[in-house]
Design a protein around this ligand. Structure first.
Ligand code: ADP
Ligand SMILES: N[C@@H](CCOP(=O)(O)O)C(=O)O
Length: 305
């Protein structure tokens, strides 16, 4: 059993256009957390994203996830110390909440003495993390790395990994403004036309092939009919950028529930000069291939690394 662990967890981009709640990909932007079992109390330190905004008590997302993992393992700890070094921006569509939960679950299993290289245990931990979100696309990407297909089998959340083509060169255009996933999920209709569902099934199936084998098909594969137009009023500037990129022949979609825009060009070529980029910061983020990692910390615990 470890009494302290360091967890590194990647950001993720969900949907990839056509794969609403089903497709995801891990991106090389990481939060790093140190979690230590203590004799009593709860101490939370946050650096980077979320300082002064996330709670400093037991309602903190990572703490809730650590505790949920302890419960799943039949383990308990009297107190906890948590130090978060956050890089993933919050409420921008880069899976910060899923990353926090995945990191907490991975820390909880590691502190309880379980290695997540056992595939059954990893699947159980993924299900636990995905239950926090209600959809497994982001959580699975942060867990497994690479690209993922996520689904719910009626009893639990499941996911498989797809090896991304090495030519994929994702760019995340991150705006200053935020958008809550919960709020924009509220903009989605109960029903969609059958022709849109059929369109989505074809494009999402194509997306799996495009991501792994034929990135040149990503423009068609990333076309969405299930969520972006319904959510357009929440982030019109992001949709304007998606439209401009797609008109220029570059595969693009809203990342997760926005407002970040994901472009999936192949290679590191120059972008068109007339894109409506005001208010966005472009980050070239390679695909993260490792997923979440937990390593034991020395006897000194958090702060010694
Ligand atoms: N590292 C973190 N630590 C604590 N809370 C977090 C962390 N990351 C995200 N959250 C919580 O999740 C919210 C963002 O979740 P959400 O709207 O789903 O956006 P995102 O696309 O970033 O996941 C934040 O406002 C915060 O309350
Ligand atoms: N499939 C979800 C993805 C939400 O991703 P996030 O990074 O915005 O939390 C959705 O589209 O609601």
């Amino acid at each position: 059993m470890n009494s302290a662990v360091r967890v590194t967890v990647p950001a993720s981009t969900a949907n990839l256009g056509s794969g609403f709640d089903a497709l995801g990909m891990a991106l090389a932007m990481h939060d790093v957390l140190e979690v230590e079992v203590a004799d009593d109390g709860l101490l939370i330190e946050v650096a980077g994203e979320g300082v002064g905004q996330v709670p400093a008590d037991s309602s903190h997302l990572v703490v809730r996830a650590v505790r949920a993992a302890f419960d799943a393992c039949g383990f308990d700890a009297p107190g906890l110390r948590l130090r978060c070094h956050n890089k993933i921006p919050h409420a921008r569509g880069l899976g910060s909440s899923a990353a926090a939960v995945v990191a907490g679950v991975a820390a909880g299993y590691a502190l309880a003495g379980h290695k997540l290289d056992d595939s059954d245990l990893r699947d159980e931990a993924l299900n636990l993390a995905a239950e926090f979100e209600g959809h497994a696309d982001n959580a699975a990407a942060s867990f497994y790395g690479g690209a993922v297909i996520a689904w719910h089998d009626g009893a639990k959340h499941r996911a498989v990994r797809v090896e991304p083509h090495p030519d994929l060169a994702p760019i995340a255009f991150v705006p200053e403004v935020t958008s809550s996933t919960g709020t924009t999920r509220g903009l989605l209709p109960e029903r969609v036309p059958h022709r849109d569902a059929a369109f989505a099934a074809g494009r999402a199936a194509l997306a799996v092939h495009a991501i792994g084998t034929r990135p040149d098909l990503l423009l068609d594969a990333s076309a969405d009919r299930l969520h972006q137009e319904y959510r357009r009023p929440a982030w019109p500037e992001s949709m304007r950028l998606v439209d401009a990129l797609r008109e220029a022949g570059i595969a693009a979609a809203i990342s997760g529930a926005g407002p970040t825009v994901l472009a999936l060009p192949t290679g590191a070529g120059a972008l068109p000069e007339d894109l409506p980029l005001t208010g966005f910061t472009a980050h070239r983020l390679p695909v993260d291939l490792d997923g979440v990692r937990a390593e034991p910390l020395g006897a000194g615990g958090p702060g010694t690394g």
